[in-house]
Design a protein around this ligand. Structure first.
Ligand code: SF4
Ligand code: SF4
Length: 561
């Protein structure tokens, strides 16, 4: 029986700059309990479901795979493996539509489930994680394919190697974006998984404290987590005010600690590490049960969904299948969004798979997302800057992004923009500011990649030239040494008198050759010292040969005439 240890003392909280109070619309998908998805006919698993290098297939078309089997990986430092969500056969490895704002397809492994859902042999559970080394735990988390499930999809094992002492571990259960309730349902349904994950991370980071932050519009989740805390836990469940975007990493750190992560800085510099609640639960599964990340909870909501709900779903399930399992679309549907209304992006099709970072399918009606008015010129009202939680100047960034002056946009800390959409939301000129910032970031990354590739090519060229010059210098040095040695040789020969002995050797060889030649010209020994009888036999034989010899040409001619 767990002893509730509700930390009643009020923790001091801070407020971040800007932010918005938005209608949360969360009740819509909380009316039904969490469900488990039926397996579809095929699962489509993108090789890139994370930040970093894409995974590469470890299987071939026609292979049979088991549930939890690793089917793709990449040894690059920033990457993450992909596992089979069920048993079946590899049907295809090809480019497919993937959930990405660009709408471009990406390489995917397609599995045809065999309906048996047979598990592969999983790694041994690390139940005594308090005795396990940090390296062992990190390797397990890496090998289990765990990435940030709040949408960031950064490989979690890397964040767990901060290289600095960590004081505070923050578990992010804020779920501040309207409509989305998957983390809320997770905390309500599986509080033990969340808390065990938090305990594992506390041990791994050797942190002093763990704060699980939940917005105060989720009272059930807060209460359930509290009741599952144990006396010895160094974990505190903190209820924070509902204000969008309190779930932004830097904003949450500000709320809980009053500290500001510097521009271009990262939380570990302040002795803080943040992980999402779903990621934390996945870490508990990986460590305590050896299970890789093969499923997640997805919210299906909006007036365009017949039965808004949360579904625990295998990764790779097509969004269209999931919508069918939520009783399909209503006739009000006007737009399908992956993610929430603020940070999500439009999906041109529902034929895309659910991936590790896909937390919500939002099918909105026109009433929920009315078309914005025509875009007008910026009137420099400054509302965007007031709303910006990153304390940026969106109107300046917009100006330079629009002019494609990317360096200037970066001077205004473009990369500190968390794409929360607050600026666009308040802009009276209906300027799609976030779209400009996404574009400017993508362009800047592409230019940076180009620059790095050019730099790399230049370095390779310079290295080659340097190598050729070194080889040429070595060759010349060898030649010089050879010449110098040759110059020294005659003096040594004279000094040792070796010239005279060489002449004598040549003379002796010539004499030996002359003697051999003379020997060859003497008569054969078997005709010497013959007896008279032998000599007579030879002469008789010569006589017979002479008589049998053919006549000379002249004699033949005479006989014919
Ligand atoms: S809110 Fe819109 S109109 Fe006002 S300053 Fe910002 S970009 Fe310009
Ligand atoms: S989208 Fe970027 S610029 Fe706009 S409010 Fe959010 S952080 Fe600020």
């Amino acid at each position: 029986m767990h002893t509730p240890t509700v930390k009643q003392h009020a923790r001091q909280l801070w407020r971040f700059h800007g932010g918005l109070h938005l209608p949360d619309n969360k009740a819509l998908s909380l009316q039904r309990p969490l469900r488990t998805a039926d397996l579809p006919d095929r699962l489509v698993l993108p090789l890139q479901q994370h930040i970093g290098e894409p995974a590469e297939p470890l299987v071939r078309v026609g292979d049979s795979v088991l549930k939890g089997q690793k089917i793709a990986d990449n040894p690059a430092p920033v990457s993450s493996p992909v596992h089979a969500p069920t048993s079946g056969r590899i049907l295809e490895i090809s480019d497919q539509p993937v959930p990405h704002p660009s709408g471009l397809p990406g390489p995917c492994i397609i599995i045809e489930p065999d309906g048996q859902d047979r598990w592969a042999t999983l790694p041994e559970p690390i139940t005594d994680y308090r005795s396990a080394s940090a390296g062992t735990l990190r390797t397990r988390i890496r090998e289990s394919g765990i990435v940030g499930m709040g949408g960031a999809t950064f490989p979690s094992a890397i964040k767990l190697n901060p290289g600095k002492p960590i004081k505070t571990l923050i578990i992010n259960g804020a779920e501040c974006e309207p409509y989305i309730t998957c983390d809320d349902l997770l905390m309500q349904t599986y509080p033990e998984r969340v808390l065990e994950g938090a305990r594992i991370l506390l041990r791994l980071l050797d942190a002093e404290e763990c704060l699980i932050a939940v917005e105060d519009n989720k009272p059930s989740a807060i209460s359930i987590l509290h009741t599952h805390l144990q006396e010895q836990d160094r974990i505190e469940v903190v209820s924070i005010p509902t204000l969008y975007p309190s779930g932004g990493e830097k904003q949450l750190i500000r709320i809980l600690t009053g500290l500001e992560v510097p521009s271009s800085g990262y939380p570990a510099q302040l002795g803080i590490v943040c992980h999402n609640v779903a990621t934390t639960a996945a870490i508990a599964d990986a460590v305590l049960e050896g299970k890789p990340l093969i499923s997640r909870i997805v919210t299906l909501t909006g007036d365009g969904i017949a039965e808004p709900c949360n579904i625990e779903t295998p990764l790779g399930i097509p969004a269209s299948d999931l919508v069918v399992q939520a009783a399909g679309y209503t006739d009000k549907v006007s737009q399908l969004i992956l993610g929430g209304p603020m940070m999500g992006f439009d999906l041109p099709t529902d034929q895309i798979p659910i991936t590790k970072g896909a937390n919500c399918l939002l099918a909105v009606s026109e009433a929920e997302a009315p078309p914005t008015g025509a875009t007008l010129a910026c009137i420099r009202c400054g509302r965007c800057a007031e709303a910006c939680p990153a304390k940026l100047l969106p109107q300046q960034m917009y100006w330079y992004s629009r002019a494609k002056d990317l360096e200037k946009a970066q001077d205004y800390n473009l990369f500190d923009c968390i794409e929360c959409g607050c600026c666009s939301h308040v802009c009276p000129s209906h300027i799609p500011l976030v779209q400009y910032f996404r574009y400017a970031k993508t362009e800047s990354w592409a230019k940076e990649k180009e620059r790095r590739e050019a730099e790399h090519a230049k370095q390779r060229h310079e290295f080659r030239i340097a190598r050729l010059e070194r080889l040429e210098a070595e060759r010349k040095a060898r030649l010089r040494k050879k010449k110098a040695d040759l110059k020294k040789k005659p003096a040594r020969k004279k000094a040792s008198g070796s010239d005279g002995s060489k002449k004598a050797a040549i003379e002796a060889a010539l004499q030996r050759a002359a003697a051999k030649k003379a020997q060859r010209q003497t008569a054969p020994k078997n005709t010497q010292n013959l007896t008279a009888a032998q000599q007579a036999q030879i002469e008789a034989a010569d006589q017979r040969r002479a008589e049998q010899a053919p006549p000379a040409n002249d004699t033949i001619r005479e006989e014919k005439e």
